[in-house]
Design a protein around this ligand. Structure first.
Ligand SMILES: Cc1cc2nc3c(=O)[nH]c(=O)nc-3n(C[C@H](O)[C@H](O)[C@H](O)COP(=O)(O)OP(=O)(O)OC[C@H]3O[C@@H](n4cnc5c(N)ncnc54)[C@H](O)[C@@H]3O)c2cc1C
Length: 405
């Protein structure tokens, strides 16, 4: 299975996934690698669909209480964005001390790990499937991160940067804060797992009995609090080649100023790949834009580039790559320029581009919340049914959905 087989770069593919969600099965089986998870994350990260699109599509078929596991998991995504909004670049550093001092962890990923040849099948399968598909189940991400940080003693930031580069759904908030949660620098204790846990939730090929993770939780806790790395027995075979990251976006010329002059421009960046808003003026120029700075800072795999480029091509008149100044120059003659706001591009947009807020599912929680449970309590206080979420009501009004009240 490759990335393009699993994730066709169309909004219809995302809508089909939404239509296929079975919330009861999801709640019962989501921890298992073959459980009924949605695989919507690449589409959500790149804005093919929004959280309100997802929940509206699900509750249309399956009315849900707001406390349902499915709504709760969507909440994690929104919560990580909440932390990013409040903490900014601070999410790239440990939010508080973890089990060991920062300098107890290496800043380089071991070659056997990069090659999927650690000798721990759960880890090697995860790495190989990540490279092949650009996706990993949440449980596999947790195992991989826990192994990297607590057994191999590699700093969470090194692991987070590496994983981000290979994921189709790479999102700075969800990824880096999840690594911190596993590391114990954004949670009360480190996340640990053992071979028994893998055997319970993964298929037989992932079975890791008899390896370094086949120990008790007490032993794992002692390992996490010791500065000594636990390496295990690396595979004798060479492993797999790590696909390159840093695939360059299409390098086409900036738009001809004559095409832009006097026009209203809707700017489509890689995190805003939904259908253009219905209220755009007639004759609007839909311009695809690959922002140089964030893509140079957080390089992508070729699979992710292809995923985004295909969708951008389908919904724009033209696409090009440029930095903030080049974009400002390109838009000089435009009558107006607007886009959808996203923190990945916020710093790369010149002031003349109006940033429309994206559709939110949960109400904004102004108070910075250090824990998910505090945020969740505030975001859902007084609500019983998912339908009551203000974001869903606003979505219905904006899309003209008949159930709008
Ligand atoms: C180490 C690590 C790194 C991660 N990196 C990313 C990342 O870069 N981008 C990303 O979108 N998610 C990330 N996650 C969160 C989670 O693993 C993925 O969102 C989820 O696995 C995506 O698969 P899915 O769409 O099938 O999820 P489902 O279980 O079907 O959930 C539906 C949607 O809910 C949201 N969601 C579910 N669980 C979580 C969660 N734990 N945290 C945040 N959102 C969640 C996602 O938007 C997901 O698409 C990471 C988790 C870990 C432990």
């Amino acid at each position: 299975m490759t990335a393009s087989d699993l994730f066709p770069p169309t909004r219809d593919a995302a809508l089909a996934r939404i239509a296929a969600v079975r919330p009861g099965d999801y709640a019962r089986t989501r921890n298992a690698l073959d459980g009924a998870v949605t695989r919507l994350s690449p589409y959500l990260t790149h804005g093919f669909v929004s959280l309100p699109d997802v929940l509206a599509g699900v509750v249309q078929r399956h009315p849900l209480r707001v406390q349902h596991k499915f709504v709760f998991e969507l909440g994690w995504r929104a919560y990580f964005r909440h932390v990013w909004a409040h903490r900014g670049e601070a999410i790239l550093q440990s939010l508080h001390p973890g089990p060991l001092p920062e300098d107890a962890y290496a800043r380089v990923l071991p070659a056997d790990l990069r090659a999927g040849a650690t000798g721990v099948p759960a880890i090697d399968q995860a790495v190989r499937s990540l490279y092949a598909t650009g996706y990993l189940h949440n449980h596999a991400r947790m195992w991989l991160a826990s192994y990297v940080v607590h057994l191999r003693k590699v700093h969470w930031r090194t692991g987070a940067d590496w994983l981000l580069g290979h994921l189709l759904d790479g999102d700075l908030a969800s990824n880096h804060l999840s690594w911190q949660w596993v590391a114990g620098t954004a949670s009360r204790k480190p996340y640990l797992f053992n071979a028994e846990n893998v055997a319970r939730y993964a298929p037989p090929a992932w079975d890791s009995l008899g390896t370094v993770i086949d120990v008790s939780y007490d032993a794992l806790d002692a390992i996490a609090r010791s500065p000594l790395a636990v390496n295990g027995k690396a595979l004798a075979t060479a492993g797999v080649d790590e696909p390159p990251v840093g695939a360059s976006p299409p390098r086409v010329l900036p738009p001809d100023p004559k095409r832009v002059a006097g026009r209203d421009v809707w700017l489509v960046h890689p995190w805003a790949l939904g259908d253009p808003p219905a209220d755009l003026p007639a004759g609007v120029l839909r311009l695809g834009w690959w922002p140089t700075e964030p893509l140079a800072r957080w390089p992508w795999s070729a699979g992710r580039r292809a995923f985004v480029a295909a969708r951008m091509q389908a919904i724009t008149d033209d696409q090009w790559q440029g930095d903030r100044e080049a974009l400002a120059r390109a838009l000089v003659g435009a009558r107006s320029a607007a886009t959808l706001a996203d923190p990945h591009v916020a710093g790369a947009l010149p002031p003349q581009v109006l940033q429309r807020p994206p559709a939110a599912l949960f109400p904004e929680v102004a108070h910075p919340c250090a824990s998910f449970s505090t945020w969740w309590h505030r975001a859902t206080r007084g609500l019983v049914q998912a339908e009551e979420l203000a974001g869903l009501q606003a979505w219905r009004a904006a899309t003209g959905d008949q159930r709008s009240r």
